[in-house]
Design a protein around this ligand. Structure first.
Ligand SMILES: [Zn+2]
Length: 192
């Protein structure tokens, strides 16, 4: 994968509103067997705000990607746009698009690490015994998968076709109508 810095700008921070310190970095990543992706990252040293997103320059059709997570598949490239839902049903973890969700280019192991971080946050957030127990079980399963032990299923659904799991091993299908209706897109519904 090659990358090229396209632009670096100092902008007004979208979080704290302070002028002249937040940096916006735009990069073009060229991902083999997928195409070019525009990655933007905003960093604010003043308030610590950080946000990134990716936009595929060659858009795909809306699709559901299914890949088995196992020790041979940990390094497979994953492009997750802000509009994608990512889940591992066996572990009961799911990330849906929201105003704070990020787009990123990583690999299967990196997706597991993101889930690991989210579960650790949940452990600190929810204090009841049942939530603690569930989070600890999920954390243990995620860590085993990262070590290459066991298998699970990685599912990614993107109604805008901006995401991809770049491998011949991935099963790609259309998103069923019913599922498409229930998907969050990450945009506020102005009618609500
Ligand atoms: Zn800021």
């Amino acid at each position: 994968m090659s990358e090229e810095n396209l632009a670096e700008m100092i902008i007004k921070c979208p979080a704290c509103g302070i002028e002249g310190v937040a940096k916006s970095i735009m990069k073009e990543l060229d991902i083999p067997h997928f195409g070019k992706v525009l990655e933007t990252t905003i960093l604010c040293p003043k308030c610590g705000f950080r946000h990134s997103d990716v936009i595929a320059l060659e858009q795909n059709d809306p699709a559901k990607y299914v890949l088995e997570i196992n020790k041979n598949n940990l390094s497979i490239r994953v492009v997750r746009s802000q509009s994608a839902t990512v889940e591992i049903p066996e572990i009961g973890v799911k990330v849906e698009p929201g105003p704070k969700s990020e787009g990123y280019v990583t690999n299967v192991e990196g997706v597991l690490t993101r889930f690991e971080d989210a579960v650790i946050k949940a452990l600190n957030l929810f204090e009841d015994a049942q939530s603690q127990e569930n989070a600890k079980i999920a954390l243990e399963k995620i860590r085993e998968l990262k070590k290459g032990n066991g298998t699970a299923t990685l599912i990614m659904l993107d109604p805008f076709g901006q995401s991809n799991i770049v491998s011949e091993k991935v099963e790609i299908s259309e998103i069923p109508e019913e599922e498409l209706k229930q998907l969050k897109t990450g945009f506020y519904d102005l009618n609500e």
